[in-house]
Design a protein around this ligand. Structure first.
Ligand code: FES
Ligand SMILES: [Fe+2]
Length: 447
């Protein structure tokens, strides 16, 4: 582990009972003590690049507008009209110079300033325009995502994320393009689905495909100040607890082929694939249009997942990046929204041109990452797709096979939380990231 990583000591024990998952009162308190105090991913950076671009981030009862002003400045505002409190924007995204309230027609510039009040001379109190501008909140653009914070006294994003900033930057997430934008409505508390991404203990039981490309038993858990964690998992390998197969599993074929590695050459030496994938990516990176210069060899073949407190999971590979986000339901602690933004590094033709053209077979450039499901190539922003968990369970929608498997299971965890027979979670050592996370949930909820 690098010295820069601020690792906490032993994870403090926290008793995890059902209350935090099922209580309406607890959910109510989270609004003030958690959501109003932390940095939250509001959306993706590429949606607010041009002057006038905006999108709306809903975290009920809050709704937040993120916009790029005519002057090019990035802003975030509470989506509420200063006249009588109507929700101002009812559309989720677009480009507009002014926002006009649907109720009485007050209009605001996209920098938040109030620009038009119908019958202004009828306000004998006057219209103090400074006071009546849209209420702003803190906003930052980092790692391809827009981050907002409602608390003016909270630490800045840099301090909030600490060493994680420098650990993620080499992946150049800001250069990646959105290829998928989904929201699934789940019948579970927003923390129940987040917990699911805090441990790999369940992987051997519900994600059998992983044992043929990842080695979860040798993964490394790391813990950061602030409740964040990460896990590093070797890729292009097999589960070390199972017999090593003679032949390379089909889960690795497509990526190997892209890199010019023949699966037949690895019969009887499947464990050599990982190293050779690293070497090939180094050799062919420029010809593929990828700049791998900032990444270590291990990072070329492996996968890393950061759980950012309180509700975001960032999954990073050199060519692909997922932002997963859990949001509470407006009124029901037994429901939540599970968002997935998938981004992909688009091959850079200027790098490719400088590289030799001795690799004409390198056509299918997307196939160097693990997640090959997305159909978009990132040149056009994909439409937002929103659906119910039933659509996943019926096989009508997919968020990738792995997430679908989690979604099949998670509503039953929520059901169990309501039983008199459930007393508290009993975690093993591999679930220490869940423990760490909840100890920080407790810190916020106690304050
Ligand atoms: S509430 Fe917006 S104009 Fe009246
Ligand atoms: Fe899972």
């Amino acid at each position: 582990m690098s010295e820069a990583i601020k690792k906490e000591g032993p994870v403090p024990f926290t008793k995890i009972t059902a209350e935090r998952y099922i209580s309406s009162d607890y959910m109510q308190r989270e609004r003030d003590q958690l959501w109003a105090k932390t940095w939250l991913v509001a959306g993706v950076s590429q949606d607010v690049v041009e002057p006038g671009d905006f999108f709306v981030f809903n975290l009920e009862p809050e709704s937040i507008i993120v916009s790029r002003s005519e002057a090019g400045e990035l802003n975030a505002f509470f989506n509420v009209c200063q006249h009588r409190g109507a929700r101002l924007l009812l559309t989720n995204a677009g480009a507009m110079q002014t926002y006009t309230c649907p109720y009485h027609g007050w209009a605001y510039n996209n920098d938040g300033s109030l620009c038009n009040v119908p019958d202004e001379d009828h306000f004998s109190r006057g219209i103090p325009k400074d006071k009546l501008a849209l209420q702003s909140l803190r906003v930052e653009d980092w790692a391809g995502a827009i981050w907002v914070c409602m608390d003016p006294d909270a630490p800045g994003l840099q301090d909030y994320l600490g060493p994680i900033i420098d650990l993620i930057e080499p992946y150049r997430p800001h250069d990646m393009a959105l290829v998928e934008d989904q929201t699934c409505h789940l019948d579970c508390n927003w923390k129940a689905v987040f917990d699911n991404f805090g441990e790999l203990y369940h992987v051997e039981h519900i994600h059998p495909q992983h044992e043929l490309i990842f080695d979860c038993p040798t993964s490394t858990n790391e813990f950061f100040d602030g409740g964040h964690t990460r896990v590093l998992i070797d890729g292009f390998t097999v589960n070390s607890r199972l017999p090593i197969p003679d032949d390379v599993p089909p889960t690795q074929w497509a990526q190997m082929e892209t890199l010019g590695l023949k699966k037949e050459d690895y019969t009887g030496r499947v464990l050599d694939v990982r190293r050779d994938v690293q070497l090939k990516k180094r050799e062919l990176g420029p010809a593929l249009g990828y700049n791998y210069d900032l990444l270590s060899d291990g990072q070329l073949s492996d996968i890393v997942q950061y759980n950012i407190f309180p509700n975001v999971v960032l999954v990073l590979q050199p060519e692909e990046y997922w932002i997963l986000r859990s949001r509470p339901h407006p009124t029901d602690p037994n429901k939540c929204y599970w968002d997935k933004f998938a981004l992909r590094m688009l091959p850079d033709t200027s790098i490719q041109e400088k590289a030799t053209d001795k690799f004409p077979a390198l056509q299918n450039r997307a196939n160097v990452s693990f997640n090959l499901d997305q159909t978009s190539d990132g040149t056009v922003r994909p439409e937002h797709d929103e659906f119910d968990q039933e659509a996943i369970i019926a096989g009508e929608k997919t968020m990738t096979i792995t997430l679908d498997q989690d979604i099949h299971l998670i509503r039953d965890v929520q059901k169990g939380m309501h039983s008199r027979g459930f007393r508290e979670a009993w975690l093993n050592d591999d679930e220490a990231r869940v423990q760490h996370y909840h100890s920080w949930i407790d810190r916020y909820m106690r304050e």
